[in-house]
Design a protein around this ligand. Structure first.
Ligand SMILES: *Cc1c(COP(=O)(O)O)cnc(C)c1O
Length: 227
């Protein structure tokens, strides 16, 4: 059986190889461990193997684990869909939210962010494959949303996130990621401090890194298959 520590080493070497192939520095790429559905003990094991950033999708499950792991200096990222009546615990317990696709959510997070904490880091989720069922702002509406979010006092606009339509075809994967990179570079012209392009999961991290990802979100590759 492969341990979580071994899987982290394997994932880091995948990231390093992908970075090398793209003539990029692997240190520019953050590894976010997506721990949804996995027990707190798995997160503890990953932390002991050097992992400190964790991503969760389901609020109540995440809050339970954050509570159980209070003794560890972990950085929590909320990466799932977020309803406006559930923003307060996210503002109070997370350092990042990757799934912002409307102003109302960002406004509430800004209002509810405790003064004792640094500003909440936000990424805008873009619906890059144009799928009706997927969350995310449409690319043509991105500029206005970014300007409005950037003006909020208690959040910090950090960049963009995407979950492209699943595909086994490397060329198709790269095309969606390349479009994201173009949007990111365009957005950086207006918001020079943005530094995070959150894209790439266990099945497509190589394509994402080839197209400029600065943060890959890995679940299965680190913790094994989910139920
Ligand atoms: C579940 C999830 C991941 C991780 O997916 P894997 O394929 O298991 O690596 C990444 N990002 C988001 C937004 C997710 O919901």
């Amino acid at each position: 059986m492969t341990t979580i520590a071994e899987r982290i080493i394997q994932a880091k070497s995948r990231v390093a190889n992908a970075a090398r192939s793209a003539d990029r520095n692997a240190e520019e790429i953050t590894l976010l461990a997506v721990s949804k559905t996995k027990p707190a003990d798995d997160i503890r094991a990953a932390f002991e193997a050097g992992q400190s950033d964790f991503g969760e999708n389901y609020l109540q499950e995440a809050l339970d684990k954050i509570d159980q792991l209070q003794d560890l200096p972990l950085t929590w990222h909320f990466i799932g869909p977020l309803q406006s009546n559930k923003t307060r615990p996210v503002a109070e317990h997370f350092a990042w939210v990757h799934s912002i696709d409307r102003l109302k959510i960002a406004q509430r997070l800004s209002e509810q962010r405790p003064d004792t904490l640094p500003p909440l880091n936000l990424c805008l989720q873009v619906n890059i494959s144009g799928e009706q069922s997927k969350s995310g702002v449409q690319p043509e509406n991105l500029w206005q949303l970014a300007a409005e979010v950037a003006a909020l006092p208690r959040v910090r606009l950090r960049g963009l996130m995407a979950i492209p339509a699943a595909s086994n075809d490397d060329r198709q994967q790269r095309q969606a990621f390349a479009q994201m990179c173009e949007l990111f570079i365009e957005l950086q012209r207006h918001h020079p401090h943005i530094d995070t392009l959150s894209m790439g999961m266990s099945g497509d991290l190589e394509a994402a890194i080839a197209e400029g990802s600065t943060l890959v979100r890995l679940g299965t590759a680190l913790f094994g298959a989910r139920q």
